[in-house]
Design a protein around this ligand. Structure first.
Ligand code: HEC
Length: 193
């Protein structure tokens, strides 16, 4: 046997743990120090992270953080409420850019049911003066925002941006008197402008 082997044997024997189970003995091989320190570090980090304090988070706590984020998002994306100033919508009807945006949105989202020219298909004619849900511009706005779900008119308030809803409503109102060819017969009550 070489001297190297003897030496290995000696040090291993030194670290043998006293006890023996059924004649089997164990070496005492502790985890290396760097491993233990990393392990302890992760536990400490987890505790700090849990409470979101000082060095890890901003110290406010995770729930407060989440609520802050939600508030910031809500402030940046106000949901249309069905309340809008009629004057604002009427002014939009004179704003070329707004009408143009509204027309694009109408062709994209509404024409499938109301036809490109608003003459009506699955949904009613929007170019005549008869309205099921009211013909004031604020009524139209409320119908578009809330939809008429049981009749198949989606609630656009949750799908379009608030200003998009306003633009498309201004556009719909501007269709009054445009007399599209082969319109769907009037439905609802005629409203004198
Ligand atoms: C999936 C089909 C569908 C789409 C898409 C759709 N609508 Fe409608 N819409 C309807 C139906 C159906 C009605 C009739 C509801 C009723 O009978 O009460 C309606 C009714 C309306 C009314 C009320 C008409 C009235 O006489 O009071 C307005 C205004 C309207 N839609 C605007 C829009 C706008 C604006 C869009 C696009 C952003 C749109 N709709 C997209 C199906 C649709």
């Amino acid at each position: 046997m070489s001297t190297q082997d003897d030496k290995d044997k000696a040090t291993k024997q030194d670290r043998l743990i006293e006890h023996s189970y059924d004649g089997i003995q164990e070496y005492d091989n502790p985890m290396p120090r760097w491993w233990l320190l990393t392990f302890a570090g992760t536990i400490i980090f987890a505790v700090i992270y849990l409470f979101n304090v000082g060095p890890v988070g901003n110290g406010k706590g995770r729930i407060a953080d989440y609520e802050d984020d939600m508030k910031a998002f809500a402030a940046a994306h106000p949901a249309p409420t069905g309340e809008v100033s009629g004057d604002k919508l009427l002014a939009m009807m004179k704003d070329e850019d707004a009408l143009h945006e509204g027309e694009e949105a109408f062709q994209k989202f509404c024409a499938s049911c109301h036809r490109m020219d608003g003459g009506g298909l699955i949904g009613p004619n929007l170019a005549d003066n008869a309205w099921i849900h009211g013909g004031r511009i604020t009524d139209i706005y409320a119908t578009v925002v809330n939809g008429v779900l049981e009749k198949g008119m989606p609630a656009w308030g949750t799908m379009l941006k608030p200003e998009q809803v306003e633009q498309v409503v201004a556009y719909v109102a501007s269709l009054q008197g445009s007399n599209p060819a082969n319109p769907k017969p009037p439905q609802g009550t005629p409203v004198t402008p």
